[in-house]
Design a protein. Structure first.
Length: 464
């Protein structure tokens, strides 16, 4: 038998999840010209690209241009896509271990973290994850409703997801019209009565998790002013000390924007975005089951033993009226059937991408990359180096002979299995047809595309 990884006997790898980490796994493997590898990618949705399609804000189209590079990888004849096929439902771990030498999980972090405060389940309290997936037309979220007749909205968290949500709520229909936002979301936002948007950060301006371009954009909205309370814009002594010892260009730029916004007068725009610092929600207050306000405690900054600046509650509390609340305090991974999972971190147990048991023993043939490997941090490009690290380990293990021993590693064996379990699987060529139709539907409206937001409509394109 020729050596595995050569043309007569290619290394066979299954990739579960078609977001950035999945596609950077593909491009990293194909860089190794001395290795012949066949990559089969599975996704539960018919559409590829994960959060690039369903997470990146529709008014940030430039960030979606990475899809072109992913498409280039997909053109390699040794790549195949099986969309509409779910790991755990259509295919199980044993199906894969019987057909591949290696399996890599790149399923991201699809759910949100909770605040764990009273009132979080009131009507009108949502996760940012749901709202983002809804306005981006993710089929699982297309039927949700958000009460945009509310005038006041609070967003808890200071990361870039919170900024996306705040910006989408603050923009005018004209600013959103030429995007690929789902049609139903455009319509709902056109009728929106939202006037006040609050971003609530538990620490100060020096610790904000957003990046400078995002906070800069808030000062340039067509019909929304931005403001910061002058006392909350001040950088506390601990943060000044911290920044002196740990210079941070992003933090400095963020502080400069915040200082500018605190000094701004209102210019008569119809909406107002208020960025609040050093406040933590301790309860969501309701009336007849519907959220009506956020009870906030004022925090003070202190230097913790680990050298970071942390928030500490004072005894000052206030009520902030809000009929709609979004928690945007980070994403979380969900466990996959038969794959070791670190519950409190929300990631697959791993060492440099090699899946391991809770006792720290490597699970032969299983790997992970992206948010489900390291947690929900970093930008799209961070997944490139992350996937590179895992692919390196996969190649080292191949060389060391530490791979699975499949019964039948042929491509045909996978075709047979998938077509038996999910006859409506989608190939990359099928996706290209759906893609072309979406783009065509967008042309007349000068939009990048008009998305199909349910699976039946996507499949119908292929039957025409
Ligand atoms: P994130 O950047 O980790 O921000 C989470 C925010 O939630 C932080 O401000 C954090 O505050 C706060 N938080 C956490 N627990 C809290 C609690 N119990 N109470 C109040 N606040 C709490 O997460 P994200 O916004 O979900 O973004 C995920 C990743 O995607 C990030 O790396 C982000 O940069 C990236 N992303 C990038 C873009 C872009 O490039 N345009 C767009 C979207 C997302 P502390 O700092 O005090 O913990």
């Amino acid at each position: 038998m020729p050596e595995i990884g050569t043309e007569p006997n290619p290394l066979r790898v299954a990739i579960i999840g078609s977001g950035p980490a999945g596609f950077y796994t593909v491009s990293n493997f194909f860089k190794h010209k001395d290795l012949t590898v066949e990559l089969d990618m599975f996704d539960r949705l018919p559409t590829p690209f994960g959060l690039v399609r369903a997470g990146v804000a529709p008014d940030h189209q430039k960030d979606k241009s990475v899809m072109r590079a992913y498409e280039k990888s997909a053109e390699n004849p040794n790549f195949r896509f099986f969309g509409n096929v779910e790991y755990g439902t259509h295919i199980k771990l044993a199906d894969l271990t019987a057909r591949y030498h290696q399996i890599i999980f790149t399923t991201g972090a699809p759910v949100d973290r909770n605040l764990n405060i009273p009132g979080e389940d009131l009507i009108g309290s949502h996760s940012a994850t749901e709202f983002v997936a809804w306005y981006n037309g993710h089929p699982d979220f297309a039927n949700l409703n958000f009460d945009l007749s509310q005038e006041s909205v609070a967003i808890v968290g200071m990361g870039n997801v919170a900024m996306d949500v705040a910006r989408i709520l603050s923009k005018t229909p004209e600013e959103l019209r030429e995007t690929d936002m789902a049609d139903y979301a455009l319509e709902a936002l056109r009728a929106s009565k939202v006037k006040q948007v609050y971003l609530l950060g538990r620490r100060g301006p020096a610790q904000a998790a957003f990046t400078p371009p995002e906070i800069k954009e808030m000062g340039e909205l067509l019909d929304s002013d931005v403001t910061v309370l002058s006392d909350e814009a001040l950088v506390d002594v601990h943060s000044l000390q911290y920044l002196e010892a740990n210079p941070d260009k992003n933090a400095e730029k963020n502080i400069a924007y915040i200082t500018d916004y605190a000094a701004r007068e209102r210019t008569g725009k119809s909406k107002l975005l208020t960025v609040r610092f050093l406040v933590s929600p301790v309860e969501l207050l309701g009336e007849d089951g519907q959220v009506r306000a956020v009870k906030l405690v004022k925090n003070e900054a202190y230097m913790s033993d680990d050298g970071s600046v942390r928030p500490r509650a004072t005894d000052v509390v206030e009520e902030l009226p809000a009929g709609l609340v979004f928690r945007s305090v980070g994403y979380k991974g969900v466990p996959l059937p038969e794959v070791p999972f670190h519950e409190s971190w929300g990631t697959i147990d791993n060492e440099k991408g090699r899946v391991q048991t809770t006792e720290g023993e490597q699970v032969t043939g299983l790997y992970t990359a992206g948010w489900i490997k390291r947690g929900p941090t970093g930008v799209i490009g961070t997944n490139k180096t992350d996937a590179q690290e895992t692919v390196q380990c996969m190649i080292e293990d191949l060389v060391a002979g530490k791979i699975l021993q499949p019964d039948d590693a042929s491509r045909e064996a996978v075709d047979m299995l998938v077509h038996e379990r999910q006859p409506e699987t989608i190939t990359f060529d099928d996706w290209k047809r759906i893609d072309a139709k979406e783009i065509k539907n967008g042309e007349a409206q000068n939009r990048p595309r008009v998305k199909f937001t349910n699976v039946a409509d996507m499949l119908a394109v292929l039957k025409r």
